[in-house]
Design a protein around this ligand. Structure first.
Ligand SMILES: C[S@@+](CC[C@H](N)C(=O)[O-])C[C@H]1O[C@@H](n2cnc3c(N)ncnc32)[C@H](O)[C@@H]1O
Length: 408
């Protein structure tokens, strides 16, 4: 599978491996790939990280980046994953960020993704010194300039780095902050608000989280707190109310994309005993205070937020748009050239549909329905025309013109 960033990612693999080998002082190996012994060794670390960060979650918020074995496993397995996720989401931003701050950077996959997407000044900040040192070594290996900063928001009087940024990124870090219960939600939202004060007008805060039910729902809950406080969401939401995916405990919302999985990642996944085929992540792009939500494109517009739900003789998805989260279904017998797209949609695609009938908890597309692709998954949604300011309910009375005195 070829993506716009495949070549960039390919270039990183030999650098990751070289920096990892140098960090453990165990000399050379084949360029750009691991020996079977190395795969075995790193695979054990990947398994431990995976269990600790996704299954049992006892590593979330722990200092695993300070353990050289786990940092190495992160570098060779999760780094390419986070890099690719970030490149996908950066493709949805309304403009190219130049000045970027990556908070909770670890060894910098999101920072380098921003650089490869055109950022010219990037600062990586984390509490782990070994992770920041590794990010610096990668920058040297790539011939890039990267600034690093120690940062820990849990410390008293923690300061964010100076300056204002076009983009601030927080990759898979928010879920590690302030504990594992709902008590964490308010301080997380408050942290994001503080971070948003460092975003320039027109800029964005990008938060990415693991696509697990719990971490994803918690991100949506934090989204709702920010929306309540008046913040606009640039992506992926077009619905401006409380997130409808939170209504049912079993629902959540995440992105899923095909990606050019590097051979090293594939080998490590196999050794660690799990399948890692597609990229899955939950994300949110937030606008700074005072900036309105982007106007949605005109018409009946939906983002596909489910996989394909094929049923007996019909194609179905869950869509989420300016009017909320709904089922969208079409009978196979209504399939025609103008709606053929409906049968091949991917999670994340944004479509415009005509001819909808309300049916059950959603809409049925009739036989005259047309389906237009507004933006493919990973691309920005072109905003609709700005709304005309609403006319006041009752026009205020015009000030009375002075009446000239009538001459007798
Ligand atoms: C899962 S890693 C994510 C790394 C990278 N951003 C990515 O997307 O792959 C989480 C990062 O958050 C950092 N982190 C966790 N708690 C932190 C804290 N209290 N202060 C600063 N960084 C923290 C960890 O050191 C680690 O680098």
């Amino acid at each position: 599978m070829s993506n716009a960033y495949s070549k960039d990612l390919e270039r990183w693999l030999p650098r990751l491996i070289a920096v990892w080998r140098a960090s453990r002082g165990k000399g050379d190996g084949p360029e750009g790939r691991l020996t079977p012994q190395e795969v075995k060794e790193v695979g054990a670390g990947v398994k431990q990280l995976s269990l600790g960060l996704t299954r049992e979650r006892q590593l979330a918020g722990a200092r695993y980046m300070d353990d050289p074995r786990l940092l190495g496993a992160y570098l060779l397995f999760y780094w390419p994953v986070s890099y690719a996720q970030a490149r996908q989401v950066l493709g949805e931003l309304p403009n190219r960020p130049r000045h970027v701050l990556d908070l909770g950077s670890g060894p910098g996959p999101v920072a380098f993704a921003a650089m490869d997407a055109g950022a010219s000044e990037v600062t990586a900040a984390d509490r782990s010194k070994p992770a920041l040192a590794l990010a610096l070594k990668l920058a040297t290996e790539a011939g890039e300039a990267l600034a690093t900063r120690e940062w820990d928001p849990l410390k008293k009087n923690a300061q964010l780095p100076d300056g204002q940024f076009d983009l601030i990124t927080m990759g898979h870090v928010v879920n590690e902050l302030y504990g594992a219960t709902d008590e964490a939600l308010k301080p997380r939202a408050a942290l994001l608000e503080a971070v948003l004060t460092k975003v320039k007008k027109g800029g964005s805060l990008l938060v990415m989280e693991p696509a697990l039910r719990e971490t994803s729902r918690n991100l949506l809950k934090v989204r709702d707190l920010l929306v309540e406080r008046g913040y606009g969401i640039r992506a992926p939401c077009m619905y401006r109310g409380a997130c409808p995916a939170l209504v049912k405990e079993t629902d959540w919302c995440h992105a899923e994309r095909a990606w050019p999985m590097p051979r090293v990642v594939e080998e490590l996944a196999r050794t660690a005993g799990f399948h890692k085929e597609s990229l899955k992540m939950s994300y949110l792009v937030v606008a700074p205070k005072g900036e309105a939500w982007p106007e949605p494109p005109p018409g009946k517009v939906f983002r596909i937020v489910s996989e394909s739900l094929e049923g007996k003789g019909r194609q179905r998805y869950i869509g989420c748009g300016p009017e909320g989260r709904v089922g969208l279904a079409m009978q196979e017998r209504h399939r025609a050239e103008k709606n053929e797209r409906f049968f091949h949609l991917q999670r994340g695609d944004v479509i415009e549909v005509t001819d909808l009938e309300t049916k059950g908890d959603g809409f049925a597309l009739g036989e005259t329905a047309e389906v237009r692709m507004v933006a493919q998954a990973g691309r920005g949604v072109p905003p609709g025309p700005p709304k005309a300011p609403e006319a006041p309910a009752q026009a205020p009375a015009a000030p009375a013109a002075p009446v000239p005195p009538v001459k007798p």
